[in-house]
Design a protein around this ligand. Structure first.
Ligand code: SF4
Length: 398
């Protein structure tokens, strides 16, 4: 993993100095396959945002973005990332010797399937670097995915080709796109199998492992390296299952995490749940990079389908059906809903969903207040007290 991510970031760093190698910035569930098929190296600002969070640099950098008009209430990936740029700081410098800055974009492409914040985030950088910005505008709160929706997104994807050809200086080839969609599908299928190993009792991996292991599925989908990586990881997890090696010793309870991770507390939370013999076995977040609809024989429509059936874009009805299926599959005892202060889009507790799921399934739920990157929104004491009380509640109903 270390080598894979280092190669990825050093390649981007070198590209910044090479006029011929074009770099595209892409939102994490944006049309990366199209960009790769046109020869762009693809950089994902959200991965950088997560690094800012995990390195606990984010909280101090957010105020710099607030000072130029970006509210502390909006996405803390956005505010910490722009804050870091304004302060000429990047966690890439700590992780990879010789890298002093983020890669300069030749174009930025987002998809509003996840939120509008990516649009504003990318717009700021498009203005800063004076480069073109393109967006795919996805309908939100979708219940059933209809042909009309898929066609509308597929047409928007096709509309990107001509302007991107001009920027890349490469002629689009359908076969190149098909090959990349096929690799993305393979990566996604393997990632799904990796996550599904957690259905085993004891689970060989936790949600906290998943948040780290998902990096290639985000930044390298559509490449052979990601496919090779997940083949290796899956083999290792299968071995652990064979030897009954759980990620958590004496696994006693199995929880589900809905919503964003709290990046600056990953290790603390992982250790805390381990002490409680509790495995946070599955999550909405890690599952969000499973794209089973990718079909190389019909790349545009299948990409449109895959990027529109994402959990985050769906209606509460569709989300609840999905969650109930996962509770059964992963044999879950309780659900944690993370109410991330700066990401309403990934906080599913705000309109009665925990109560409805609890009523229908009998599975207890708990809402945790926190944030993905802004640690001022989290009380560590309260987090621990609430989780301990929740585990006690699970003990009492067994
Ligand atoms: S989904 Fe949430 S965390 Fe992700 S970019 Fe949008 S607001 Fe930020």
């Amino acid at each position: 993993m270390k080598q894979l991510m280092a190669d990825y970031y050093y390649n981007l760093d070198t590209a910044s100095e090479n006029e011929k190698q074009k770099v595209a910035w892409c939102s994490s569930v944006g049309p990366a396959e199209i960009l790769r098929s046109l020869g762009f190296l693809v950089y994902f600002p959200e991965n950088h945002g997560a690094m800012l969070g995990a390195s606990r640099m984010a909280t101090d950098l957010i105020p710099y973005a607030n000072a130029i008009g970006y509210s502390p209430e909006i996405c803390s990936y956005l505010t910490s990332d722009i804050g870091a740029y304004l302060q000429h700081i990047t966690p890439l410098s700590h992780a990879y010797e010789g890298i002093s800055t983020i890669p300069k974009p030749d174009v930025l492409v987002f998809n509003t399937n996840q939120c509008r914040d990516v649009q504003d985030w990318f717009s700021w950088y498009a203005h800063e670097f004076k480069v073109p910005l393109f967006g795919i505008y996805t309908h939100r709160g979708i219940n059933k995915i209809t042909h009309i929706l898929v066609d509308s997104i597929a047409n928007q994807l096709k509309g990107l080709i001509e302007p991107l050809e001009k920027i890349s200086g490469t002629t689009f080839e359908l076969n190149a796109l098909k090959r990349i969609v096929s690799l993305s599908r393979e990566c996604s299928d393997l990632w799904k199998k990796v996550l599904n190993t957690a259905a085993n009792i004891p689970s060989p991996l936790t949600f906290f492992d998943g948040t780290i292991q998902m990096a290639p599925a985000v930044v390298l989908r559509g490449t052979q390296q990601a496919v090779d990586y997940y083949k290796m990881l899956l083999n290792e997890l299968k071995q652990r299952i064979e030897y009954h090696e759980g990620a958590v010793d004496n696994e006693n309870y199995r929880l589900y995490w809905d919503g964003m991770p709290i990046w600056g507390r990953l290790r603390d939370h992982s250790e805390f749940f381990t002490q409680l013999n509790t495995c946070v076995a599955a999550s909405t977040y890690c599952n969000s990079w499973i794209f089973t609809s990718f079909d190389p024989t019909d790349p545009f429509r299948s990409m449109a389908q895959a990027y529109t059936e994402l959990f985050i874009v769906r209606s509460d009805i569709a989300k609840e059906i999905y969650l109930k299926d996962l509770m059964e599959f992963f044999k879950i005892d309780g659900i944690l809903f993370h109410d991330a202060k700066t990401c309403a889009h990934n906080s599913n507790n705000r309109y009665g969903m925990p109560q409805r799921i609890e009523e229908e399934t009998g599975i207890p739920t708990l809402v945790i207040n926190g944030d993905l990157n802004d640690l001022r929104c989290l009380s560590d004491e309260q987090f621990k007290t609430n989780i301990e009380a929740f585990i006690e509640q699970l003990e009492n109903i067994r």
